[in-house]
Design a protein around this ligand. Structure first.
Ligand SMILES: C[S@@+](CC[C@H](N)C(=O)[O-])C[C@H]1O[C@@H](n2cnc3c(N)ncnc32)[C@H](O)[C@@H]1O
Length: 402
């Protein structure tokens, strides 16, 4: 990309991002989207609203609102109902509406970006301290536990944003993961219900590995080469947050029975976002994440966890996760794993984000992931890419040979 880079354009890109964010945070986007007589919801350009009406709805300053609205039009996030360009003069009768692209800025839009915008706005403040973080190599946000204690609203907002991102981008990750798991004992369990991302609420008790009597033996290789599960796959989503990825996977694979493990403070958020999923309190820092000795899971998922930790902790987390697997069980990792063949900036920028957000955080290479998995005694390591910047990795525990 180097030939086309314009450092000055990069330098001022924050302005566009700030205008978009301000539309959400000031309430202007919601005021624009609000139903008014003659308007038909957030997508309607219909009647639109005057500057005065928007300012009244948002409780914002009319002059500042006028300036913001023209900038939103210039960015294509709003339109003028008179069809004129962003630079045309605005008078008391000029009406504005969110454009189709801008409609998700409204908080009641079905694909709202509002939580994601709030998350990024929080990080604006953090990135202000990037030069200092580069100087001393230290993160600029408190460790997660303290974030939950000191400012739970922001921590929950962050996880709501991750859940909304998973709703947009998590489907492909779930499809890849579903293919990497052992094939379902009952092939009908594999049939994805389009758009159905909800998970079945029932969790069989952990450790209860009873399988339907006529299921194929675990490890049996069907025609496709995949082992066949001996029954339902109990999945522990470690650091599962709002339950986003467990829910999507269970929506695709009806034989997957997820349970979310996270810090106890997270339970209300799981109830809010994916209330059907069982929750267990646990701790990434504890042996077996706090789960009792002897408990085994057919699948353990670490989604977006390793990048928050320094390498030695990653090795330990993978080791603990592997220790929770039933014989032949699968460890799934979803993570930002740089691809040597791509020049896209997402991964290197994400690594910067991790560095400034978590002490020792980073985006780790495929080789590092493989080394942690192998050190934990796992084999059949398979990595799939092509779902945006996040890769899906599966690795298998040894089958029980006794
Ligand atoms: C980056 S979020 C990932 C959430 C989710 N897996 C996802 O992909 O959307 C990190 C998660 O780890 C959890 N977490 C952080 N420290 C933890 C700890 N010591 N024990 C258990 N969970 C923890 C957080 O509560 C949060 O849900």
């Amino acid at each position: 990309m180097s030939g086309a880079v314009d450092p000055l354009a990069l330098l001022t890109a924050y302005q566009q991002s700030a205008v978009l964010s301000a539309a959400v945070l000031s309430g202007v986007a919601d005021a624009l989207a609000e139903e008014v007589a003659g308007s038909h919801g957030p997508d309607a350009v219909g009647a639109g609203k005057t500057v005065e009406e928007v300012a009244l709805g948002a409780g914002s300053d009319p002059r500042a609102t006028r300036i913001l609205l023209s900038a939103l039009v210039a960015l294509g996030l709003a339109t003028r109902v008179d069809g004129l360009q962003a630079g045309a003069p605005v008078d008391a009768g000029t009406r504005f509406a969110l454009s189709e692209a801008g409609a998700p800025l409204a908080s009641d839009h079905p694909q709202t970006l509002a939580w994601i915008v709030r998350k990024e706005w929080f990080f604006y403040g953090v990135w202000n301290e990037l030069p200092a973080a580069i100087e001393d190599g230290r993160a600029r946000i408190a460790p997660w536990r303290r974030r939950l204690d000191d400012d739970r609203a922001t921590a929950f907002g962050f996880l709501r944003a991750l859940d909304d991102l998973a709703a947009r981008f998590g489907g492909e990750l779930a499809e890849a993961a579903a293919e990497l798991l052992p094939a379902p004992a009952d092939p009908y369990e594999d049939a994805p219900a389009p758009g159905d991302a909800s998970a079945p609420g029932d969790a069989s008790a952990p450790g209860d590995a009873s399988a339907p009597g006529d299921a194929p033996a675990p490890g049996d290789a069907p025609a496709g080469g995949r082992p066949v599960a001996s029954g339902p796959l109990r999945l522990l989503d470690v650091g599962g947050g709002a339950g986003s990825h467990a829910a999507r996977l269970a929506g695709l694979r009806r034989d997957v029975r997820p349970t979310v493990l996270d810090l106890p403070e997270l339970q209300p958020l799981l109830s809010e976002r994916h209330g059907g999923l069982p929750f267990v309190a646990g701790d990434l820092a504890a042996a077996r994440f706090g789960r009792p000795e002897g408990e085994r899971w057919e699948v353990v998922l670490l989604a977006n966890i390793l990048h928050d930790h320094p390498p030695a902790d990653c090795a330990r987390l993978v080791h603990e996760a592997a220790g929770l697997l039933a014989p032949g069980g699968t460890l799934l990792l979803y993570d930002w794993i740089p691809d040597a063949d791509t020049a896209a900036p997402d991964l290197p920028l994400f690594a910067v984000m991790m560095m400034v957000e978590n002490d020792g955080g980073d985006a780790y290479s495929e080789a590092e992931h493989r080394a942690w998995l192998e050190a934990a005694g796992l084999t059949e390591i398979e990595l799939r890419r092509g779902y945006g910047p996040i890769a899906v990795v599966a690795a298998r525990a040894a089958a029980d040979t006794t």
